[in-house]
Design a binder for this molecule. Sequence first.
Ligand code: ADP
Ligand code: MG
Length: 466
Amino acid sequence: MATNEILEGLIKDPDRLKDLADEAKELALQHGALLRIFENPNSSEVITYTPFTLFPSPVPKAKFLQALALQIHYNLLVDRISQDPGFLEEALASTIQADDFTANLFRLYREVQQEGRTKSIVMGLNRSDYMLDQREDGTCSLKQTEINTIAVGGICISGNLPVVHRRILQMLGLLEESQCVPENNCIAGMTRALARAWELYGQQEAVVMFLVEDVQLHKLGQRCIEHQLWRRGIRVIRRKFEEVSSTGHLNGDKKLFVHSFLTYNSCLVQSWDVRLLMERSLAVKCPDISTHLAGTKKVQQELARPGVLERFFPDQPQVVEQIRATFAGLYSLDMGPEGDQTVAMALANPEKFVLKPQREGGGNNVYGEDIVRVLEEVKGDKRRAAYILMDKIRPKTEQNILLKTGQPLKLTSVCYEIGAFGAYVRQGKDMVMNECVGHLLRTKNSEQFEGGITARVSALDNPLLV
Ligand code: ADP
Ligand code: MG
């Protein structure tokens, strides 16, 4: 790549590198690739740029398009799983014995199921993540790391970086390359889905509520979607769990009402109760609890069993094939001979696998010798069913410079993860929207196991399609 030679040159000329990096950071700030600062995450006074790469990463165009094209199938898959109580019951039976968080979700799910469903409008905003696994023959294949049906970050910032990378390439005279950074407008697509669900709900006075946490590092990004909704004449409110807990109630039709500005006692908040209240209501949830469960790592592993994808796409063998081609090896740790075999396999070659609990948001997975330590502790009883085992994907490494607040500029060996954003809306049995609405490229130091922009590991990136 031409950028590799330029990188070598820049590293030898620190003054020029600093100038270019400063220019890049200013461009990022000007174009809205913003993040609140970790030390002061609720401040409206100080902000910084989202960590990002100085150069876009070369990504094979065919693999990139493959990830985007798959997204409408993954949307359907998640949505169909969410409507299949028998599958969810069976798939998660052992996990809820071992993992409290999933057990709580499942308790709520059952409660709402028993009460009878109120919802006819369902929507999903998700992100399916992939890495390019390098085969020994030098080719590579797209492998899914996971699908996120709830922890879906990067929607708002990802669209702001193409212009930054294009400009950097132009400034360096790489005009042809600058045209290989694709457009990315997730906000428009995500907003369209929200607006569609709001229209179908059919009440002019209904609002879109963002349920937010106390720490709001990503508020500025979420604001972009809010603006787009307001511009369509849709009112938006932001409420914390405490506010929903203390003021939220359902009327006789199960419409959800939430007020604000009351005093509340945050110590008394039960977020599970809030979740149940919302779930029982007529409000369109994103995600609803069954879609949340469909995105668990245990479900991902169960989908890899022979015949399971066929259950969700009975007449579409080509779709089954396309989805299955993106599965890395996934193994159950349930009690029994199959799980025993998984344990033995992991203990024999821990460096070949990733051990995953049912958590989201980065920093929870287990690698290398830690796999041995954890499995030795839990392998004899049902606690091991809280985890799944997955083949470790071996992505190709590249050279780049990661721009992160306060960190020195240095040439780093990096690898990337491609995310495809999905948005869908269903009314009753009719899918009224099903789209891939954009992408996210995240790049990390290849020596780091885990990724994640919020976890301060990954940097926002763009594909340079080759
Ligand atoms: P989380 O829900 O915490 O985001 P992920 O499954 O996405 O969990 O894993 C977090 C990160 O760990 C990913 O972004 C990726 O960098 C790395 N990772 C996950 N699965 C694998 C795998 N099978 N092989 C290599 N790296 C992986
Ligand atoms: Mg993830």
